[in-house]
Design a protein. Structure first.
Length: 272
């Protein structure tokens, strides 16, 4: 941009010079070839007036042109400023969008990190629970195996006990039968032996019986014999006691356990 006020005079002189040269060429071409003297003063005044008008027109044109250039420049600057403002707004929007995107990405990364940490923690907890469940399952399996072993052992023990009890019972029954049989045979032998040693008193009638308690020692020897249920006849009772003593040693069983029952026993004497 130049200062118009500083260049008006040189520009005016230049324009006037060009106009004067143009007029000179015009006059020469329209007139005769004969050279005629030009009026001095009036024509100079007319030329000066014509040059001034043209200069003013040219100045106005240049002013208008400069004004238009200034307007165009102002418009351009305004457009540039508007474009710059638009670019700045766009840049701000982009920066804001970038900050928001960065924040979103950061939040997403943080959220993903938290989710990953939570998932990792959950997986660790699940793994721990599975390990605990496996340990509990193994412990329960071990307990079940022990219970099964104990149950089988108890079953076997119970079966063995039942078998042993049954065998013991069988043996007791057999023993009892054996003892009863031995006792019965011994009592029959004792009764026979006592009868052989009994002497009937002449005054004793038939059909009398009495109960005698007999005490024996080892080998079946009679320690004592005493009537505990009298026949009602004292002579018969004494004869029965004497018969028991004379029959000593009595034919008792040789089995020590059975003999224990014959140390003291009651004997019903019936000579019939």
């Amino acid at each position: 941009m130049f200062k118009f006020s500083n260049n008006v005079k040189p520009l005016s002189y230049s324009v006037a010079l060009h106009v004067l040269i143009l007029l000179l060429f015009t006059v020469n071409l329209s007139s005769d070839p004969t050279v005629r003297p030009m009026p001095a003063t009036p024509e100079i005044i007319q030329a000066e007036a014509l040059d001034e008008t043209q200069v003013l027109q040219e100045v106005e044109r240049l002013k208008a042109k400069e004004k238009k250039q200034q307007a165009d420049e102002a418009y351009r600057k305004k457009a540039v400023a508007k474009k710059l403002r638009a670019e700045e707004k766009k840049l701000k929007r982009l920066k804001k969008a970038r900050r928001l995107e960065e924040k979103r990405l950061k939040d997403q990364q943080l959220k993903s990190a938290k989710a990953a940490a939570k998932e990792k923690k959950a997986l660790a907890k699940l793994k721990k629970q599975k390990q605990k469940a496996l340990r509990e399952k193994a412990a329960l399996k071990k307990i079940a195996a022990k219970k099964k072993t104990d149950l089988e052992r108890k079953k076997k023990a119970a079966a063995a006990k039942r078998k042993a009890d049954a065998e013991a019972k069988r043996k007791r029954i057999a023993r009892q039968k054996y003892e009863d049989s031995e006792i019965t045979r011994a009592m029959i032998r004792i009764e026979r032996q006592v009868k052989r040693n009994w002497i009937r008193p002449s005054s004793v009638a038939n059909g009398l019986t009495c109960a005698i308690r007999v005490h024996l020692v080892a080998g079946g020897a009679v320690k004592s014999a005493q009537v505990i249920e009298s026949s009602g006849n004292a002579i018969f009772d004494r004869s029965a006691e004497n018969a028991v003593r004379k029959a000593s040693p009595l034919p008792v069983p040789t089995d020590p356990l059975i003999f224990q029952k014959f140390k003291v026993f009651n004997f019903v004497f019936n000579p019939q």
